[in-house]
Structures are given as structure tokens and as C-alpha cells.
Design a protein around this ligand. Structure first.
Ligand SMILES: Nc1ncnc2c1ncn2[C@@H]1O[C@H](COP(=O)(O)OP(=O)(O)OP(=O)(O)O)[C@@H](O)[C@H]1O
Length: 467
């Protein structure tokens, strides 16, 4: 029989939860004191412990109690209950290893579900220790509506870094906090923003995504705040900006670090006052939006270097999510591969052959500078090149994934004597070198080459460098 301990200084909560869970067939004990609870834990083992966060115990309060339980009985799932929810406390406790953080009062259905989830989680962990595990037996995949309006799959993964990401998204999504999402290119920052939106109470309103990296300084204000007809040369009609389009929903600003100082100032004002003034207009318009921003550079460093306003940073930084690079979550590769193979098969409208073991070995030896985007593209390529029956082998892999990676070959551009081509050739090589040096971080590459991100995009396009 599974055993549960309830620790709360309000006796009626102990009695209520004991009654509910005993009816479900669990053996339930309770304590109104943290120190007595620890003594009980020395003598008995518990599968799940419900623990009040603000325990009015002279010797031990709820937060310390949860730490002590972790030390004494690491396998026990701890569910911390609170009457005063605080996301930062929740994250801290979850980092310390508690299973869940819930707001009191709990009704019967919630309490039962919490225990079931905790026991299921324990069962999953127990299975994880038994090889071989099919990662798809527990499918940690969510769906969300992507920028193109398609239903997309988001793979959380099962490794510890991935689980932390999962927890953070789950906790932050229902709130209205502004979120900064940091991570290398292709790690899934935009996907995380969509996922947060789709799990928030704003989900039925639009998510408007703007790539600040591709906005010219002149057009940024107009894109964000809109403009009146005749506000500037070329403004032949008035335009509704992203803030207004996102009214009631979420505004996602990708590559926020690329906004000019002037636009950052206007953005700060809008966030503080929740009103916008379109370019060329005297009218203020109220907007109700949640802001999520992303960057693949460290925004704190940009603040220190004076490139990003500190007051805007602190306004936006109600919560930060760091999306890990793929090379730090290699344990999740099989799950990503299986999911993307299915996605590509759906895209191609046919099945692809099985993946041979050498493919997975090559995948796990590779550093994935382009992260999940690169993996998805590699899966597209190898599935496209394979037939539907024969196994997909390492022959189908692109060069950089071959066991002994060769240097990226510079294509010879026809007409070598032509001076323009010599320049193109040199540009091509330089851009590739710099991109490799900064692990394909386009903003950093643009900065190193002293060009803006938009120019870099144009060059990548002209030189046919596909990332
Ligand atoms: N966890 C995930 N599960 C499934 N697909 C993912 C996941 N993360 C990213 N992807 C896919 O990888 C690709 C790149 O993701 P996304 O655009 O969200 O990355 P990003 O970090 O915002 O990139 P960039 O910094 O270049 O803008 C997309 O096709 C997305 O669907």
C-alpha cells in the first residue's frame, strides 16, 4: 500500500486530506509540526509527503523541512502547498528537487491527481534505470500552434535539463509575467514562446511574433507601434502595429537586443504605461499584452556594455528561461529523432526506412551548432534521400556529421578571373568562418563582421548559404 504524510499546522487541512486520500486506498499519516514530521520519517517510509510552505513551527519551517526530507528520503515525492503562490519560490523549490508546488485550498480531485502524478513520476524514474528504455513509452511532447498557424509538436525530453525547462514553462505559462528566453540559435526559443502562449489564458487571442533582427531602425517603430497615413515618406496609408495586433494576446519580440536605443525607450514607455502612440499620431491607444522576448546573446552583457537599457531589461526580466543547447541534452536525441522522423514522414507523405545504429552514433558525437533546427533539417535530408524500406545509413548524412569531419568546402564560383567573383568567394569563406567561430549565432557573427543582422541575412541569401 502506498503511504502518504500530510504536514500542515492547520489541523483541518490535515484531517481533510487524510479523509480524501484514505478513501482512495492510501495509508495516510499527518503531523502539525515539522520536527515531529521528521521523527515520523525516521521511523516510517513515505511515498508522497504534502508539506505546507509556511509552517509555523518554532524549530523548522516548510522550506527547510522539504530540504531535510530530500536528504533523508530522496525517493519520496514532496508536494509543497502554499496559500501565497510565488513563481520564484516555486522555481527555487523545484530546483531543490520537490515534485510539485500547489496553491491551497486543494479540492479532492486535485489532491488525488497530485498523488497519482507523483506516483507515476516515481514509476517512470524507476523504469529509467532499467535498460533498454523506449523513450516514447512516456511521451513528453506537447502541441502548440506555430507562427504559420500549423499544429506543431514540442519535444520536452526526459533528461534533467529538459525536465527543468518543462517545469519552468508549466509554471510561468498561466501567469502574466514578461519572460526573457535565452539560448543559442535553433534551440527552440520561439517554440517555447508559442508554447507559453498556448498554455496561457491568452491562448484564444493572437500571438504576434516580430523578428527585431530583421527590422531596419527606420521601420522598427512603425512595425511595433503602427503609423498614420503621411507620417513619413512612403507612408501612403495608415498601418496597425504589432502591439495593437497582439491586443489581448502575446507579443513575441525575437532578437530583442537588436532594437535601437530609441526604440528601446519607446518600448519601455509602452510596457510601463500600457499605451502606444502610432508614428505621426497624437492619439494614445490602450493595449493589453503579455511580452515575451528572446535573444541568443546574453542580454545582461549587453546591459553592461551599454547596448541595452537596464531599466527595460529589468522590466522584461520578470522571469528568464534558458533553453539548453542540443549538445547539453544528448540524452534526448532519440526522442527528438523519433519525433522528427514522424514529422518528416508526414511532410513527405511516405514512410522512410529505419535508422541504422551508426546514424545515432554520429548524431551523439556531433556538437550541433545549429541545435534543434539543424537536427530537424538533417532528418529532412536523410529521410528525403532514403527509400521507404532500406535502412538510413551514415552515407546519407551531410559532410559535417561524418565521423572525421572535413572542412566545409568553398564552392568554386564560375568565372574565377572576374574580380567580382573573387570578392564573392572571399566573402563566402569569411562568413562561413565567422559563423563557425560563433557557433552559427547570427547576431554575434554580424557584430564581429561589423554589419547589421539584416545585411548578414541578405548576404547569406545571395551566397546561397542555407542555415
Ligand atoms: N523542443 C522542440 N521540439 C520540437 N521542435 C523544436 C523544438 N525546439 C525547436 N524545434 C524546432 O526547431 C526549429 C527552430 O526552432 P525555433 O525557431 O523555435 O528556434 P530559435 O531558438 O527561436 O531560433 P533562432 O534563434 O534562430 O531564432 C523549428 O523548426 C522548431 O519547430
Amino acid at each position: 500500500m502506498k503511504t502518504i504524510l500530510i504536514v500542515d499546522d492547520e489541523i483541518h487541512i490535515c484531517t481533510l486530506l487524510t479523509t480524501i486520500l484514505t478513501k482512495e486506498g492510501y495509508k495516510v499519516d499527518h503531523s502539525v509540526s515539522g520536527s515531529i514530521a521528521l521523527k515520523m520519517l525516521k521511523e516510517n517510509s513515505y511515498d508522497v509527503i504534502f508539506c505546507d510552505y509556511r509552517l509555523k513551527d518554532k524549530e523548522i519551517d516548510g522550506s527547510i523541512l522539504s530540504l531535510r526530507i530530500r536528504e533523508m528520503s530522496p525517493a519520496t515525492s514532496i508536494i509543497v502547498m502554499t496559500g501565497y503562490p510565488d513563481v520564484r519560490v516555486a522555481i527555487q523549490l523545484i530546483k531543490q528537487g520537490i515534485h510539485d508546488y500547489v496553491v491551497k485550498p486543494l479540492n479532492a480531485a486535485q489532491a488525488i491527481l497530485l498523488v497519482q502524478k507523483a506516483l507515476l513520476h516515481q514509476a517512470v524514474l524507476a523504469k529509467e534505470q532499467l535498460p533498454p528504455v523506449n523513450p516514447l513509452t512516456v511521451n513528453p511532447v506537447s502541441t502548440y500552434v506555430s507562427r504559420r498557424g500549423q499544429l506543431s509538436q514540442f519535444v520536452y525530453g526526459m533528461g534533467n535539463t529538459s525536465k527543468e525547462l518543462h517545469t519552468q514553462i508549466k509554471l510561468i505559462a498561466p501567469t502574466d509575467y514578461s519572460v526573457i528566453i535565452l539560448g543559442e540559435t535553433g534551440t527552440g526559443k520561439e517554440s517555447v514562446a508559442h508554447l507559453i502562449h498556448s498554455q496561457s489564458k491568452r491562448k484564444d487571442k493572437p500571438l504576434v511574433a516580430i523578428d527585431c533582427g530583421s527590422l531596419s531602425p527606420e521601420l522598427a517603430s512603425s512595425e511595433l507601434f503602427g503609423h498614420e497615413k503621411g507620417a513619413f515618406t512612403g507612408a501612403i496609408q495608415s498601418k496597425v502595429g504589432a502591439f495593437q495586433e497582439a491586443h489581448g494576446g502575446t507579443l513575441f519580440l525575437d532578437e530583442i537586443g537588436n532594437l535601437s536605443y530609441e526604440v528601446q525607450t519607446a518600448l519601455l514607455r509602452t510596457i510601463q504605461e500600457r499605451v502606444i502612440r502610432p508614428v505621426g499620431s497624437t492619439k494614445e491607444i490602450h493595449v493589453d499584452i503579455r511580452i515575451i522576448v528572446a535573444s541568443n546573446e546574453d542580454l545582461q552583457r549587453a546591459v553592461l556594455q551599454g547596448r541595452f537599457r537596464d531599466d527595460l531589461y529589468y522590466r522584461l526580466n520578470e522571469f528568464t528561461i534558458n533553453v539548453p543547447p542540443l549538445r547539453e541534452r544528448k540524452e534526448d536525441l532519440p526522442l527528438f529523432v523519433t519525433t522528427f522522423k514522424q514529422v518528416v514522414e508526414d511532410e513527405l507523405g511516405r514512410e522512410c526506412g529505419p535508422l541504422s545504429d551508426d546514424i545515432l552514433a554520429a548524431f551523439s558525437n556531433y556538437s550541433w551548432p545549429g541545435n534543434i533546427r539543424e537536427l530537424k533539417n538533417v532528418m529532412r535530408r536523410i529521410c528525403l534521400l532514403s527509400s521507404d524500406k532500406d535502412p538510413i545509413t551514415s552515407e546519407h548524412l551531410p559532410e559535417e556529421l561524418h565521423p572525421a569531419p572535413r572542412e566545409l568546402a568553398v564552392p568554386v564560383i564560375a568565372g574565377e578571373a572576374n574580380l567580382k567573383n573573387v570578392t564573392r568567394q572571399a566573402e563566402y569563406q569569411k562568413i562561413l568562418d565567422v559563423l563557425q567561430q560563433v557557433r552559427f549565432n547570427k547576431s554575434q557573427a554580424a557584430r564581429l563582421m561589423n554589419i547589421d543582422r539584416k545585411t548578414l541575412y541578405n548576404k547569406l541569401h545571395t551566397l546561397n548559404i542555407l542555415l
